[in-house]
Design a protein around this ligand. Structure first.
Ligand code: HEC
Length: 146
């Protein structure tokens, strides 16, 4: 029994390490590239027109085009982060700022997906965002009536 325990403990340590390192890297990248506008806890700066990601970000994933938008929005797509870092950081943001998305079993972004999505340059950012918010609101309203 103790041997089995040791093996499990060793395996746990081996797997835990890279995950922790990725999280730390995601956090540091967020601090360096995004936090100035989005603030440490993702609540944004409404007076500067920076929307809150807190308890909201994951709602984009539930409407058509929203998954793409989270990557194509200029602050993300045009950052100097490579696609692997951006994927990792977006997954971390969803997990930390909007835990509901984890409960909803959101599908993590891969580097390949991010690479593909960010090649498309979003021109009508405000309009696209407004449309998505409409869809999100409609969806919430429908759910309330169910
Ligand atoms: C100069 C300020 C600024 C920086 C820096 C910035 N953003 Fe943003 N972000 C915004 C604004 C403003 C919006 C609202 C959409 C728009 O007008 O671009 C936004 C929207 C978003 C959204 C969509 C959420 C929504 O409700 O529209 C995501 C996701 C996002 N940003 C991610 C990032 C990431 C990731 C970084 C860092 C790599 C980053 N942003 C850096 C200002 C910024």
């Amino acid at each position: 029994m103790p041997v089995l325990f040791l093996i499990i403990a060793a395996l746990g340590a081996a797997f835990a390490l890279p995950i922790q390192a990725d999280e730390r890297r995601a956090k540091v990248n967020y601090m360096l590239h995004c936090q100035g506008c989005h603030t440490p806890d993702g609540s944004g700066l409404s007076e500067r027109g920076v929307p809150s990601l807190k308890n909201f970000m994951g709602k984009f994933l539930k409407v058509e085009g929203g998954r793409e938008f989270l990557i194509q929005v200029p602050g993300a797509a045009q950052s100097t982060l490579n696609s692997e870092q951006l994927a990792e950081m977006t997954n971390w943001m969803l997990t930390s700022f909007d835990p509901q998305s984890v409960q909803d079993g959101f599908q993590r972004y891969s580097a390949q997906e991010v690479q593909r999505l960010r090649q498309y340059k979003l021109v009508k950012v405000t309009e696209t965002r407004a449309n998505l918010l409409n869809h999100i609101n409609n969806k919430n309203r429908l759910q309330e009536h169910q």
